[in-house]
Design a protein around this ligand. Structure first.
Ligand code: AMP
Length: 516
């Protein structure tokens, strides 16, 4: 397997004058972009930032961040991107945990950097008009271009993501060039991408989905169109202006695009391939996305930061809710929850924990200096996802929630995603999340948190569930009408905030409990 630097070089040689990256008015071809990357590596050399060193990046999706990512790949420096909303204390943790040699930041993250003692000891690359930098990104671009590129080997680390569970400090997920390249190649194949694709670079480059889009476009001499912050109106304008051919987004962003009042006037006809990952998409949203884009291909991609692909369903509209079958580089199983035994496989139709083969080419090897996290997630050659799900009779996987979010009510297991999908089909429901609240009688009470798009009450929603495929014990016994469903910056429903009461209720008479 090649390293990623060589991958970029191959694309520069294949199509030097093809457009590579767009950010506002800035447009660079592969040749022009590579020249900037080589100068940035020249600056790394002058600073003494060497192969194997970690560069922490606290940046939004802008061309400078994409350039730094690629410069790292060419130099063998390990890109360590973190969420730009980071606080100073968290930054102290990241700098120390990654053993960072330098940090790159911009105005949105300058306060966090200024407040971080650990970041204060590092060389600080300022992007844009960031205050507190020791060197400006523009100066890097004026250095003499480095020679002898690329420098990394396939088995070297390409990057280190951070993934945060609900408890404890974020875990470093180190990934090699080989794993990153294999994941990007599989992404190209599984999404049927062609040479010259154009994608909206809106999923954060500190998350696996953003980096996958970046690498997949480079493999194909495609175009990465930077979007620093998602807003439906400018995103739709970019789709039309830049003739975006594919979208790979979390379900929330599709929801927000479709909810925008100007969507019906927007020209989304260039988008032929639509994919989602990161969270399940409700049945209602699947239908609406299919209707709105009429795509050639609609892919449900189920994966994670650690492994990349678990499964793919290339017919997301035909079988909504199904995550399909194992990806090109993967094997998946559903096993009994509890014993952490990869051989305790359950029958089709039965719920269990989803596990994936760790020896695939896309996978990480272990968390960064976290043996206790390795011990929890890895058994033999298998990675325990912490997700619940089941196979249907066709061997297609359905992801139904997190093991920790499973509701046990009156001794029966209820998977939140199934209830959410049924409720999503009610026309007055805009968004919905289901969680278990403590209940004296039931142990946990199935509770639906609904953001309505039209006036509706609990009785109407209960009637909808009674007339659906949902078994009686799965019916929500309480409805709470909320202003918004709490989500993480990458679109995952934060059910623990619903359980702890950290949400805003809508003043609505419909907030009430149901009888059983
Ligand atoms: P991350 O590491 O941030 O990509 O999160 C991985 C987790 O996101 C998985 O373990 C699932 O819980 C969830 N996830 C990712 N893709 C999907 C999908 N297509 N359907 C359902 N859940 C998903």
């Amino acid at each position: 397997m090649w390293d990623l630097g060589r991958t970029m070089l191959a694309s520069v040689e294949r199509e030097p004058d093809a457009l590579a990256v767009v950010d506002g008015d800035l447009r660079l071809t592969y040749r022009q972009w590579f020249e900037r990357m080589a100068r940035v590596v020249g600056a790394f050399d002058r600073f003494g930032l060497r192969r194997g060193d970690r560069l922490l990046m606290v940046l939004q999706n802008r061309w400078e961040m994409a350039t730094l990512h690629w410069a790292c790949q060419l130099a063998g420096v390990v890109a360590s991107p973190v969420n730009w909303r980071v606080k100073s204390e968290e930054l102290d943790y990241y700098v120390t945990n990654a053993g960072a040699a330098a940090i790159a930041f911009e105005p949105v993250s300058e306060a966090a950097v200024a407040g971080s003692r650990e970041a204060g000891r590092l060389r600080r690359i300022g992007v844009g008009a960031a205050a507190g930098a020791t060197v400006a990104f523009e100066e890097l671009c004026r250095e003499v271009a480095a020679s002898e590129l690329p420098r990394a080997r396939a088995e070297d680390l390409s990057l280190m993501f951070y993934t945060s569970g609900t408890t404890g400090q974020p875990k470093g997920v180190p990934r090699t060039h080989a794993a990153e390249r294999a994941a990007a190649l599989a992404h190209v194949a599984q999404n049927c991408y062609r040479f010259g694709e154009r994608t909206l670079g809106v999923m954060p480059l500190y998350h696996t989905m953003g980096v996958r889009s970046l690498l997949a476009m480079a493999l194909l001499n495609g175009v990465f169109i930077c979007v620093a912050r998602f807003e439906p109106a400018p995103a739709l304008e970019l789709i039309a202006r830049e003739r975006v051919t594919n979208l790979y987004l979390v379900p929330t962003l599709y929801h927000d695009l479709l909810a925008y009042e100007g969507f019906s006037r927007a020209d989304v006809s260039p988008v032929r391939k639509v994919g989602f990952a990161g969270a399940p998409m409700t049945d209602a949203l699947v239908q609406r996305v299919a209707q709105a884009f009429k795509p050639e291909l609609f892919v449900n991609h189920y994966g994670s930061t650690e492994i990349y692909t678990f499964t793919v369903n290339q017919q997301a509209a035909e079988k909504p809710g199904s995550a399909g079958k194992a990806g090109i580089n993967q094997r998946v199983r559903v096993v009994r929850i509890g014993p952490a035994d990869p051989e305790a496989v359950v029958a089709a139709g039965q719920e269990g924990e989803i596990i994936a083969d760790l020896s695939g080419e896309e996978s990480f090897a272990a968390y960064w200096q976290r043996p206790e996290a390795d011990a929890r997630a890895i058994r033999g050659n298998w990675y325990f996802t912490g997700d619940t799900g089941h196979f249907d009779a066709d061997g297609d996987l359905f992801v139904t929630g997190r093991v920790d979010d499973m509701i046990i009510t009156g001794g029966e297991n209820v998977m939140p995603v199934e209830v959410e999908s049924v409720l999503s089909l009610h026309p007055a429901v805009d968004e919905v999340a289901v969680a278990g609240l403590p209940d004296e009688r039931w142990g946990q009470r199935v509770t639906a948190f609904v953001k309505p798009r039209a006036p509706v009450d609990a009785q109407a929603l209960d009637a909808h569930c009674r007339n659906s495929r949902l078994a009686n014990f799965k019916r929500p016994r309480e409805y709470v009408f909320v202003k918004a469903v709490p989500k993480s910056p990458v679109g995952k429903i934060l059910r623990r905030l619903l359980v702890s009461g950290d949400y805003e209720r809508l003043a609505q008479p419909g907030n009430r409990r149901q009888s059983s």
